[in-house]
Write a protein that binds this ligand. Sequence first.
Ligand code: ZN
Length: 113
Amino acid sequence: MHELGIVFYIIRDVKQAAEEHRVGHVAAVVMNIGEVSTVVPEYLTDCWRWAADREELLRGSELKINTVPALTYCEDCQQEYETVRYGRTCPHCGSPHTFLLQGNEVEIKEIEV
Ligand SMILES: [Zn+2]
């Protein structure tokens, strides 16, 4: 379980942003979490609850998860398809020459104050 480590990274970034913008308290942090990232959203919010309440800046704040759907691109037929449904082989032409376009993100989308 690496969610707690991720939470500490988020807190560090949020603190930095709050300092730059002279914000005294954060109400919520919105995260982009990719569908095929290895992060379990429920663990992440549990860890957040535990860690955020230990910081004055973040006490009582909410961690909101925005799930980013996974999309794969096929180099041979130049089409996109749903990664979770079809995996690495293009459902349009059967090509294995595909790569993930989006769906692996673990990033801060927005900080609500
Ligand atoms: Zn294809």
